[in-house]
Design a protein around this ligand. Sequence first.
Ligand code: FEO
Length: 396
Amino acid sequence: MTPRKIQTGIHWVGAIDWDRRLFDDLIPLPDGTSYNAYLIEGSEKTALIDTVDPTMSHVLLNHLDHLGAERIDYVIANHAEQDHSGTLPQILNRYPTAQVVATPKCKGMLADLGLAPPDQVLAVDDGATLSLGGRTLEFIHAPWVHWPETMLTYLREDKILFPCDFFGSHLASTDLYAADEGQVYQAAKRYYAEIMMPFRRIIQKHLKRLESYEIALIAPSHGPMYSRPEFILEAYRDWVLGDPKNVVVLPYISMHGSTRMMVNHLVDALVERGVTVKLFNVAVTDIGELAMALVDAATIVIGSPTVSTGAHPNVVYATYLANALRPKAKFASIIGSYGWGGKMVEQITGLIPNLKVELLDPVIVRGHPTDKDLAALDKLAADIAEKHSTLSLAEE
Ligand code: FEO
């Protein structure tokens, strides 16, 4: 692929990673991803905004060759993580007089990661500006989207926001702009759920601050750009600030069918009471799908058999992730079956200190559920429906 012109003097020079299927050896990438970088030419200086994952450094260097970029004055490092700053060494090797521009914290992290020597990094304060000649870059510190050192770059005259990971999506596409908003919405929601949701509270402040900027284009460093910025800003406001939905997320495992029987019964009982259920068999589920469902569910119910004395290890993993992602759920419960004993409830409740939830009475049964156990599940469904009725709920 060749560089893509955004407007005169502004080019996309990133790399599309069609084949990548896992990020951080953790996050599934069903649609691949991209590492976007942007070359901005002023009348006096040239800046490169972000680089690319080091596995694709040759793509960025080829783009710069193609554009005949003989000189780069500034390399803006919005974020130290290697998928954006990992090609800094090759860029600085080719353009040895270039200065890296970063937050003071990022400067330290770039040194720690061996990506840029401190004497080649200009640390900029929040709100600082840099003139390229006819074009002005403004740096907006935005810690915790999703590392502590991050910043956004705003190109004043062109009203373009370069927010790096913020508003991004793991989506490999030849579309420079979000043409299929339905597809991009799903990819961006998955990205938010996996990467940004734990920082929901601080992101609220960043969203508020951006209201004072006139933004014509959002150019993130993953996925397509947004020529209709309100599309992604509105989606973020909903995910971050919106009310939860009348939804139960139910990750579960069943080894011999008892827990599955309980899950089936609870699902039917909830649906009868008008509650939507999103069910995930965590033996096989894509954890990104589970994370997306957690963005707006009002309740989480964990379903597990007992293995030895605790929950099934896959359920422990899903519970740990849910706790780490800090979703906005208000209620939680646990259902499952045991053979001869165990401490599953204590174990699972101990795994979710970050969830600000009210725990509804768990239903834990010995062996196959009896009629009495099924009645307890009916009561749990009724309790959930009643609790949801007390909330201000968002439309599904
Ligand atoms: Fe896309 Fe946090 O790196």
